[in-house]
Ligand binder design. Structure first.
Ligand code: BGC
Length: 743
């Protein structure tokens, strides 16, 4: 790598100036440090031509629109995501972009979250796995990633002020987990701190987050960039660990930094650190540019977008093997989304696609145009229309065809960055239409387009087959046609649970918060962790997805070593078509000393395309780190010893094989303090010995349940040590006990 620029000759003013942008998308060229160009991201390159507008929302140059994160996640396939990252990098280079602003890896805490379409999953392990693959693919081309939005940015409501109030365990185990994995394994060049506050402190001013955790614990060596407009007090942010404020151009905050240094309220060493981190980023950028020109968007990228999009389609139900569509059957394609597909979300991630596959045209291309009719069925916009006539026309077409294929979903106006949804319902007129269609046509397939989860109980009650296309990018139409006709056997899996009702969702009573505070009251119990622990009925569980073939899970074998638990099993294609299986491994620790969800995803593998009858041995390492929980009494990760239950299955509720494995726990000694109870002191060998010494025979008699009686023992066991003085224990003896217990 090129050596890092020498900043010795830069004045304090210039060092301060390096820490904010030149305009909306670029940084300043100063001394030896060149200007860097950043742009959104994440599922396509949103490069604006010419001068940038103030909000950066003007039309951008054409670029391949790959499936947004909501779609990519449904592949559960790190390799597909890595390939998309790599293609994005090539396009970014072709468009002169040095840092692509993604991936977004926030957890989908509530299905109403307005940016859920930009995020991967309700599960941190899956999010981390896919986010790391995206960063690895992108950065292999010499373009940097911006891991965002760090952290706990899980709603749009009041997003620039709202405080995400989260207890330490869920903060670590759910909300920071994917960030940690990606920083450690994929080493993104930048991390973008979020708009919101975390437990009262703005992410951009949060020293604990940006410095202690990100750099100190995870070893981040890149630049911390602010979300666009997230900085309220730049000197405070620089002290906390912010390196680059974006956007920039006015120079106001640079002057504040210089003034704060002069006033002695900002340490010049922090300004130097920020300047050095920006300079290091520039060094990486220059090395990337030195790799030469990249071709930009090509037909190959569109083909990749189609291939990957097909891998992201989830077959939610398939009664009577209605799909794949048999050749020669006449089709009534219904619904405006078939001609005007919804394939990406609104806001800063909106890409100007190089081309657009229209589902109806792709279906006709595979079916033969003469066998496919089209009726609009309903309107997505606010246009005046004769709704009854539209519906009647669609129903007649359905009746006259062998199969109805009905496209339903949420229109662009119904979800976007900037606001959360208030409900999970599909538009009522779409459900009415579906109702009318299935009455005349039992062979009805529903194809769904949506960014956030929609309630599917009404659809599941009506349609014989359902394909979930969520948002699949510019090749959605071709990908959906490929799956409908069996050119591709679906292997997508839900990355989010589909609840029966909004009222069943974990954060229902705590979303979106009030008075700029959101209490994450459900704690660890996010997504399936909630539904499965409470045994709440769901419409489709996390991880669910059918195939046109079937798979058997056999020969589970578990082994443990220092790296973790290796899970081996055999997957056999027992059906009549070639296909892939996504193998999900969940664990639990029955009898754990801490609260734990009923089961948690700890490993994923995707088989190769298995021919009918073929078998594959799958080996999945559940890393020891992933088995740890955050122990709040010592502020660190701890693996609890015990017999872990391990399941391999096809969803969180379709567990096919199971076994148990003994795992040796980490040493965990909870410090004994004046607030510790007698029971805790007796359970701690050093403290118990000290108790015996200081109080003579007291500890033995207390520890002897038969002497005191079990009830009595339980009662005194809960007395904190510092209350013993109230029962006549000499305070001097207590002090002696506490200092002896420290040894
Ligand atoms: C969004 C970021 C985006 C940035 C630049 C912000 O409003 O939160 O995700 O990268 O704008 O467009």
């Amino acid at each position: 790598m090129t050596s890092e620029p020498d900043l010795t000759d830069l004045s304090p003013q210039d060092r301060a100036a390096l820490g904010s942008g030149a305009d909306f998308w670029t940084t300043k060229a100063l001394g030896p440090v060149p200007s860097i160009t950043m742009t959104d991201g994440p599922h396509g390159v949103r490069r604006q031509a010419g001068a940038t507008d103030h909000l950066g929302l003007a039309e951008s140059l054409p670029a391949t629109c790959f499936p947004p994160a909501v779609g990519l996640a449904q592949s559960w396939d790190a390799e597909s995501v890595r390939r998309v990252g790599e293609a994005l990098g090539r396009e970014a280079r072709g468009l002169g972009v040095d840092v692509l602003l993604g991936p977004g890896v926030n957890i989908k805490r509530d299905p109403r979250g307005g940016r859920n379409f930009e995020y991967y999953s309700e599960d941190p392990l899956l999010t981390g796995l896919l986010g790391a693959a995206w960063v690895t693919g992108l950065q292999s081309t010499g373009v940097g990633a911006a891991l965002k939005h760090f952290a706990a940015n899980n709603a749009e409501h009041d997003r620039m002020r709202s405080s995400s109030d989260i207890d330490p365990r869920p903060l670590r185990e759910i909300y920071l987990c994917a960030f940690a994995h990606i920083v450690r394994t994929a080493r993104p060049w930048t991390v973008m701190c979020s708009y919101n506050r975390i437990n009262g402190v703005h992410a951009a001013q949060n020293r604990w987050l940006l410095t202690e955790v990100l750099r100190g614990e995870w070893g981040f060596d890149g630049a911390v960039v602010s979300d666009w407009g997230a900085v309220a007090d730049r000197p405070a942010s620089v002290t906390a660990g912010l390196d680059l404020e974006m956007p920039g151009g006015s120079g106001v905050s640079d002057a504040q930094v210089v003034a704060a240094m002069a006033a002695g309220t900002l340490d010049p060493a922090d300004v130097d650190r920020a300047a050095r981190n920006v300079a290091r980023l520039a060094t990486r950028v220059v090395a990337g540019r030195d790799l030469g020109d990249a071709p930009g968007a090509t037909d190959d990228h569109h083909r990749l977008a189609r291939e990957v999009a097909a891998r992201c389609v989830v077959l939610l139900r398939n009664d009577r093997d209605l799909l794949p569509l048999a050749p020669g059957r006449s089709l009534a394609v219904i619904g405006e989304f078939a001609v005007e597909p919804q394939y990406q979300g609104g806001g800063s991630s909106h890409v100007n696609p190089t081309r657009l596959d229209v589902p109806l045209a792709e279906i006709r291309a595979l079916a033969g145009a003469e066998t496919v009719s089209y009726s609009q069925g309903f309107t997505n916009g606010d246009t005046e229309a004769d709704h009854d006539a539209l519906r009647a026309e669609a129903v007649a077409a359905a009746q006259n065809a062998d199969v109805a294929v009905v496209f339903l979903g949420l229109a662009a106006t119904q979800e976007s960055e900037g606001f959360d949804r208030e409900h999970l319902e599909l538009p009522a007129d779409q459900l009415d239409l579906l109702d009318a269609v299935v009455r005349v046509q039992p062979d009805t397939v529903v194809v769904l387009a949506h960014g956030g989860v929609v309630r599917l109980a009404p659809v599941a009650a009506r349609a014989a087959a359902i394909l979930d296309g969520c948002l699949l990018g510019q090749a959605a139409g071709g990908a959906l046609a490929d799956v409908l006709f069996g050119v591709v056997n679906p292997s997508g899996r839900l990355a989010e649970t589909v609840p029966v009702r909004l009222q069943d969702t974990p954060a229902y009573l705590n979303f979106p918060g009030e008075n700029s505070h959101v209490r994450y009251g459900e704690g660890l119990y996010v997504g399936y962790r909630w539904y499965d622990s409470r045994d709440v009925e769901v419409t489709f569980p996390f991880g669910h997805g059918l195939s046109y073939t079937t798979f058997d899970y056999t020969d589970l074998a578990l082994t443990a070593d220092a790296a973790g638990v290796t899970v081996r099993l055999t997957i056999t294609n027992t059906g009549a078509r070639a296909g892939r299986e996504v193998v999900q491994v969940y664990t639990a620790l029955p009898g754990s000393a801490v609260a734990r969800p009923a089961r948690e995803l700890k490993g994923v593998a995707v088989t190769t395309d298995l021919e009918p009858g073929a078998a594959e041995e799958v080996s999945i390492l559940l890393s020891r780190d992933d088995l740890a929980y955050w122990e709040t009494r010592v502020d660190r990760w701890v693996v609890e010893g015990g017999a872990y239950q391990v399941w391999a299955g096809a969803s969180s509720r379709d567990l096919r094989v199971t076994g148990r494995i003994d795992i040796t726990g980490d040493d965990l000694r909870i410090p004994i303090t004046a607030e510790s109870t007698l029971g805790e002191a007796l359970a701690d060998p050093t403290a118990a010995a000290a108790l015996a010494e200081v109080f003579g025979g007291m500890s033995e008699s207390m520890g002897d349940a038969t002497a005191l009686g079990v009830d009595m023992m339980r009662m005194i066991a809960s007395i904190p040590l510092n209350r013993l003085t109230g029962f006549g224990v000499d305070p001097g003896k207590l002090d002696a006990l506490l200092s002896a217990a420290e040894d």
